[in-house]
Ligand binder design. Structure first.
Ligand code: GUN
Ligand code: ZN
Length: 444
């Protein structure tokens, strides 16, 4: 056991006592049935461990006692999600390209209206917190005005996000398109204003939607921006459906595969986040690994659009940076525990270890977004992003259980993954500050 330096009340405004679960690595969890999470006045984790070991290090520190049915976990990380698709989540279509044409482009066009953009931005960013998501990598629309509104709203609500204007200069309705040079100017101006804003909670990403809506001029301009701003992210879609890939082949006949389209323009590297990557061949995976690019696995969306089965175990074995994404609105909901369950069900012939699923939704997601050094679990010195969950056999459970549930950490995590419900989120904290509290439930 490591020794802990005494904790004084000046440095420590709060300690949380209760059951605590967090991931130490892809295969290793730490669980304390009676644990303590100590957070200093800056919102940083001072210590996390068993109550019995830490209690003597507390001197005059205010302790919040969690209920016996509650569990503290790190905030969830959503590595791929679309803010402007909230209102059309769950609207089905036969394929990705038909879904974009039928539901998505028309909805995104509504963001030309600032009032509409403000309403949905506030709704989406509040819902992220209500779902326990404390870091999200977010697509916006192609409107600079609506993008500005989304950033202002995130700053006001305290969200931790990576976001960027979605860039399209072809193959979408005219109202969503702009010339490449204008897009490059607009997105760079938003980046200068927002990258690193709100104490580093807000980061910027270049967001070409996908190869089919991007001209070569747009992509080479973005390659140049990546070189000029090495800490800015690049977020796009890659290799999601076979029909999409066939059109990419026809439009970029010089490319040997989809990955090479982005590679040619210098869009791939560290801090590139690629959603889906379902139909990648071995060679593409090797190149992505070599470039240190990250993948966002979005199983709920892949089920919904019937996109195919992601090679989860293969990608894990190859040790690519990997996180989970809700991909709302192709994914029907923001709640990451449901996405964990879908990631399990998608692997029809392999049982994915629960620890790995939990890691992907927390620390793995943070590492995929290059924030694992400061987020993702309760290591001392990290920023205290966490969620307090109400577990079943409570007033908000799915079924009002008359009996005590099994208590070991494996059973607990299993029930979280297979039965977890958004209403179990009781409170959400970002850097030690409460940013969401569920309204009290009135019982009859
Ligand atoms: N490919 C291009 N645009 C989109 C989108 O909005 N959602 C998904 N799932 N895939 C895309
Ligand atoms: Zn998407």
């Amino acid at each position: 056991m490591t020794s802990h330096t005494p904790i004084t009340s000046q440095r420590v405004p709060r300690a949380y006592r209760g059951a605590i679960l967090h991931a130490l690595s892809q295969n290793e969890l730490a669980y304390f049935a009676d644990g303590l999470l100590v957070v200093d006045s800056e919102g940083l984790v001072v210590a996390c461990g068993p109550w019995a070991e830490l209690k003597d290090t507390l001197h005059g520190v205010a302790i919040t006692q969690c209920e016996p049915h509650q569990l503290i976990v790190p905030g969830f990380v959503d590595t791929h999600v679309h803010l402007p698709q909230m209102a059309v989540a769950g609207c089905q279509a036969p394929s990705l390209l038909e879904w974009l044409d039928t539901h998505i482009f028309a909805e995104e066009a509504r963001f030309a209206d600032a009032d509409y953009a403000r309403t949905v931005s506030e709704w989406f960013l509040t819902e992220l917190l209500a779902n326990g998501t404390t870091l999200a990598n977010v697509f916006l629309t192609s409107h600079p005005g609506a993008s500005q509104i989304a950033f202002e709203t995130a700053a006001r609500l305290g969200n931790r996000v990576i976001m960027g204007q979605t860039l399209m200069d072809r193959q979408a309705p005219d109202s969503l398109l702009r010339p490449a040079d204008q897009l490059l100017r607009e997105t760079e101006s938003l980046c200068r204003q927002w990258h690193g804003a709100n104490g580093g909670r807000i980061q910027y990403a270049w967001v070409p939607r996908f190869a089919l809506t991007s001209s070569e001029e747009l992509m080479s301009g973005l390659g140049e921006l990546r070189r000029q701003h090495p800490t800015v992210y690049l977020h796009t879609h890659l290799s999601e459906q076979l029909g999409e890939i066939a059109v990419v082949k026809a439009q970029f006949p010089w490319a040997t595969d989809y990955t090479q389209v982005y590679e040619r323009f210098g869009l791939l590297g560290s801090r590139t986040i690629l959603a889906h990557g379902i139909h990648l061949c071995d060679d593409e995976l090797v190149r992505l690994k070599g470039l240190d690019a990250s993948l966002a696995h979005c199983p709920s969306s892949n089920f919904f659009l019937k996109s195919g089965r992601f090679r989860l175990m293969d990608v894990l074995r190859r040790q690519l940076r990997l996180g989970l994404g809700s991909d709302v609105g192709a994914g029907p909901e923001l709640f990451l525990l449901t996405v964990m369950k879908d990631a399990q069900y998608m692997q029809s012939d392999t049982l994915v270890p629960l620890a790995t699923l939990f890691y992907l939704a927390t620390l793995g997601g943070a590492e995929a977004l290059h924030q694992g050094h400061r987020l993702g679990n309760f290591e001392s010195g990290k920023e205290a992003d966490f969620v307090v969950l109400d577990l079943p056999a409570t007033p908000v459970s799915l079924y009002k259980s008359p009996v005590q549930s099994p208590g070991d950490s494996e059973a607990l995590l299993s029930r979280l993954v297979y039965q977890g419900h958004q209403h179990w989120i009781s409170e959400t904290y970002i850097r030690g500050q409460r940013v969401y509290q569920r309204a009290a439930i009135v019982q009859d």
